[in-house]
Design a protein around this ligand. Structure first.
Ligand code: NAD
Length: 509
């Protein structure tokens, strides 16, 4: 059953698939091409956030398991079974890998929804197509990676070769469990490296299946290993490991800073960071279409429950349209996303990932109230929440840049609308943050648009749209949002290193 057939299922069908997926759930570690228990036998519980019920007992890897996985990855790398395959053979295997993800789309979608609470319709229409496209794009890049011959004196040939790094450690978050992992794994593998992945403990299941599919596609044992476990145990051991050449991390800014320290404390491994955000959307008074702008504003913060690194969480609206903008936001945005059973394809908003996440977001909403922001709707737990960790879509207006809800990454469905007067003030507020991941600017005037694009400190700026892109778009942040770029061709190149080969030709008689 492929992604195309999965589009048509109703709730009963998805629930039946969920029962089937749970019956054959694999929750051990995937090391050297097979599932194994954690060396110390530890396990942790994965909870279904929609119901609060236990979902699986997952093997909890420790430093010993990381050692085993890195050793397997190193053996696979050194054997050349992957790194030295002819490029087109490696491409074939990655294309087959993408096809297998498509063939197992239903199972992967169900695991993602049960584990993390994401609406099944979003997984099927958004996450999985993007996962498949990422693998295919990175496969296409393989034989496009080129070295260079530089312009030297005539008695010399100087070649700059590009070679894989070795073992790549990937540490991923839970908000798009498969996609964020694949943004690392696919370019790393494409460049000829082998991988050890430590998924987030809140959503540990789907990536285990992914690693198995890579093997089924023809990948070598040890090429792609998955060690679940707690961040401060398994993640830390991976980032500290002396045989890991690069650690590619997506997650919070706080942990990103620790990863840099671990690299310094161990082997100076390369560190790629994709971290948090507090992205502004700037709505100028002359924007072309207020309806489209308001829709983009609430979608930008309520989709995926607001658990999006580049969520448009700061909504800056010029004073001339402020009243009308808010009126439309309240009228259309309050009921656009209704929390419900994420296995129902009609549901647009699932629970937050854990009870702790729910409590943290509710705490920040309370802080917003106390600091004087105006609560326009939401602000609590929906009536039908049961034991699920739901939070209602929430709108605050009259937010100031110094308020906690304008500064801290909430990672929940909480919109903060802030008024401004003129483009200078918009730029000042937009940049008044430690983050610099993304931004949206809305204006009819091309001069204003480009002034905002030039002045806003962010890795991506959308003009008169939000959260769009394709695989050619470098995705990553400025400032404390990180230092890496995912998705694009440069991403594959970042998993290689140069080797300079300097050849002196024999002197000609
Ligand atoms: P997190 O930082 O808590 O965890 C991310 C990963 O790091 C997890 O696998 C976790 O187990 C691991 N980890 C935790 N402590 C660790 C430690 N001491 N050593 C090594 N690894 C450790 O983040 P999260 O809550 O899973 O994800 C949400 C965050 O991710 C948000 O800040 C969000 O903005 C960010 N994010 C960024 C992007 C991007 O592309 N910039 C994309 C998605 C999410």
């Amino acid at each position: 059953m492929t992604l195309a057939t999965a589009q048509g299922h109703d709730r009963d069908h998805w629930q039946a698939l969920a029962v089937a997926a749970r019956a054959r759930l694999e929750s051990r570690l995937f090391i050297d091409g097979r599932f194994v228990d954690a060396a110390r036998g530890g396990r942790f519980q994965s909870i279904n956030p929609a119901t609060g019920a236990p979902l699986a007992e997952v093997s909890a890897g420790t430093a010993e398991d990381i050692d085993l996985a890195v050793a397997a990855a190193r053996r696979a790398f050194r054997s050349g079974a992957w790194s030295k395959l002819p490029p087109r053979r490696r491409m074939d295997i990655l294309y087959r890998f993408a096809a297998l993800v498509d063939e197992h789309a239903e199972q992967l979608a169900v695991l993602e929804t049960l584990d993390m609470g994401k609406p099944i319709a979003d997984v099927v229409a958004g996450d999985l197509p993007a996962v498949i496209e990422t693998i295919r794009f990175m496969a296409e890049c393989i034989d496009k990676i080129e070295g260079a011959v530089t312009n030297t004196e005539s008695g010399v040939v100087h070649m700059i070769l590009r070679e894989p790094l070795g073992v790549v450690g990937a540490i991923s978050p839970w908000n798009y469990p498969l996609l964020m992992a694949v943004w690392k794994i696919a370019p790393a593998l494409a460049a000829g490296n082998t991988v050890v992945l430590k998924p987030a403990e809140q959503a540990p299941l789907s990536c285990l299946r992914l690693a198995e599919l890579f093997m089924e596609a023809g990948g070598p044992a040890g090429g792609f290993n998955v060690v679940n476990g707690l961040g401060e145990v398994a993640g830390k051991a991976l980032a500290l490991h002396n045989d890991v050449a690069k650690v590619s991390f997506t997650g919070s800014t706080e942990v990103g800073k620790l990863i840099l320290q671990y690299a310094g404390q161990s082997n100076m491994k390369r560190v790629a960071l994709e971290c948090g955000g507090k992205s502004p959307q700037v709505f100028m008074g002359d924007l072309p279409d207020l309806g489209a702008a308001v829709t983009a504003a609430y979608r930008g913060i309520f989709s995926n429950m607001g658990e999006v690194c580049n969520a448009g969480s700061r909504i800056l609206v010029e004073r001339g349209i402020y009243g009308e903008f808010i009126e439309r936001f309240v009228a259309e945005g309050e009921h656009a996303y209704v929390p419900g059973d994420p296995l129902d394809p009609a549901t647009t908003m699932g629970p937050l990932v854990t009870r702790e996440a729910q409590q943290r977001v509710l705490g920040l909403i309370e802080t917003g109230r106390k600091e004087g922001a105006k609560l326009r709707f939401g602000g609590g737990v929906p009536r039908n929440a049961g034991a699920g960790s739901f939070v209602s879509p929430t709108l605050f207006t009259d937010v100031r840049s110094d308020m906690t809800i304008a500064r801290q990454e909430i990672f929940g469905p909480v919109a903060a609308v802030m008024p401004f007067a003129g483009v200078d003030e918009a730029i000042r507020i937009a940049n008044d943050t430690i983050y610099g991941l993304a931004a949206g600017v809305w204006t009819r005037d091309v001069n204003t648009a480009f002034r905002l694009v030039r002045e806003i400190e962010a890795g991506v700026v959308w003009i008169n749209c939000f959260d769009e892109g394709d695989m050619t778009q470098p995705f990553g942040g400025w400032k404390q949002s990180g230092n890496a770029r995912d998705k694009c061709f440069e991403s594959v190149v970042s998993y290689t290193q140069t080797k300079s080969a300097w050849l002196r030709l024999a002197a000609q008689p």
